[in-house]
Design a protein around this ligand. Structure first.
Ligand code: COA
Length: 162
């Protein structure tokens, strides 16, 4: 398995993977995914084994704060617990560090316990609960990982958008 940058020909496959990973109301449409990927402040990593795409991650930079935002991370079911998610998050966090960003934030559905365990194992902490965050009415946890000691960052992090 290796990581590579996104290619436009990947979009249909990433859309199918997102729909397999998330229920309706939480998964993104093709248009939404394409818009996130195309944003000039975003980066997408694709995990590939041979010619099969086994996962991907989209991250972007917050426009006002020194913060990276994980828009989505998706690993296909047969490839889970094999280090693909870890490799994708390492790439995104390293990208954030290279830009001297202070923290990485994301939202995860309140009922998505496997994802919360995955993030907690990487040092993410629950920061704020957003009621009715998803279009299906589910709540989300904002989880945050500080890339340097919090005392050095100074001040309280303001509310993350989305
Ligand atoms: C969450 C997700 C990205 C994790 O990807 P993954 O490739 O399976 O994760 P890794 O194999 O790199 O796991 C790294 C560590 O995270 C933790 N972890 C991962 N999945 C876990 C689970 N289901 N339960 C508990 N801990 C878990 C473990 O500590 C694991 O290390 P270990 O396998 O040595 O014990 C993947 O399960 C997924 O795509 N789920 C569906 C989509 C989703 O929920 N995305 C997150 C939305 S916010």
């Amino acid at each position: 398995m290796q990581l590579r940058p996104f290619r436009i020909s990947d979009l249909d496959t990433l859309c199918l993977i997102d729909q397999a990973c998330f229920p309706p109301g939480i998964s993104y449409s093709r248009t939404e995914l394409g818009r996130f990927i195309a944003h000039r402040q975003s980066r997408t990593w694709v995990a590939e084994d041979g010619r099969e795409i086994v996962g991907f991650l989209i991250a972007n930079r917050h426009p006002m704060q020194p913060l990276a935002h994980i828009i989505t991370i998706d690993v296909i079911e047969p490839w889970r617990r094999r280090g693909v998610g870890r490799a994708l998050m390492d790439a995104a966090e390293n990208w954030a560090r290279e830009q001297r960003l202070k923290a990485v934030a994301l939202e995860t559905a309140e009922h998505n316990r496997p994802a919360q365990k995955f993030y907690a194992a990487r040092g993410y902490v629950k920061h704020e609960k957003l009621e009715h965050y998803y279009t299906d009415g589910a709540a989300a946890w904002v989880m945050v990982k500080w890339l340097e000691e919090k005392s050095k960052v100074g001040g309280r992090m303001s509310k993350v958008d989305r």
